[in-house]
Design a protein around this ligand. Structure first.
Ligand code: GAR
Length: 206
């Protein structure tokens, strides 16, 4: 079966990208292949991880473009050039417009560090999500992988996993536990699931 070509979009440390790379190396992403890493930040450590893994990488920074549509046109150019069929948002901190997400319907997935619909949507990203969860006093949080549509964190849920909040948790400690116990497990699983669906779909039409 022809593998689904994956682009991973990043903005920061890239631990979720690393989980995807490790899954690929270990044979846990048999239906997909990471062929491009696209970063919205030139100094993202995720770019170093891509380099170490020998994966082509590109920086497309929002502030380098006058408008969202010029920014997205440049992203699309890279996606087309590389024949990308699936986009995995792994800590990508720039919101994509409806015009963009519609072009890739059911072909963009995102990992979010809470149990959607809690602590999600505009303004909830990275450490802020865990700060909000601790502030609210929830005893259980977790991570969600979902399809991406025009509503921030509003697309159909693919996978979720719960993680317990512990006494004395700081946002940083909770973030780490959610990553270890949920995100790094769920994201490669979801990437394989959707890659397989897309690869099988290709088989039917060819
Ligand atoms: C992860 O916790 C991811 O779930 C979150 O940012 C972190 C990126 O870490 N994403 C969001 O909050 C998106 N709304 P990483 O760069 O080490 O993978």
């Amino acid at each position: 079966m022809v593998k689904t070509k994956i682009a991973v979009f990043v903005s920061g440390g890239g631990t979720n990208l690393q989980a995807l790379i490790d899954a690929q190396t270990a044979g846990r992403l048999p239906s997909g292949e990471i062929v491009l890493v696209l970063s919205s930040a030139p100094d993202a450590y995720a770019l170093e991880r891509a380099k170490q893994a020998g994966i082509p990488r590109v920086v497309v920074a929002r502030k380098a473009y006058a408008t969202q549509s010029e920014f997205e046109a440049e992203i699309c150019r890279h996606l087309k050039q590389n024949g990308i069929e699936l986009i995995v948002l792994a800590g990508f901190m720039t919101i994509l417009s409806a015009a963009f997400t519609r072009q890739y319907e059911k072909r963009i997935i995102n990992v979010h560090p809470s149990l959607i619909p809690s602590f999600c949507g505009k303004g909830f990203y990275g450490l802020r999500v865990h700060e909000a969860a601790l502030q609210y006093g929830v005893k259980v949080t977790g991570a969600t992988v979902h399809y991406v549509n025009e509503v921030p964190d509003g697309g159909q849920i693919l996978l979720q996993k719960a993680v317990l909040v512990e006494e004395g948790d700081t946002p940083e400690r909770l973030q780490r536990r959610v990553m270890e116990q949920a995100e790094w497990i769920l994201l490669p699983q979801a990437a394989e699931l959707v890659s397989r669906q897309l690869a099988e779909g290709k088989g039917e039409t060819e």
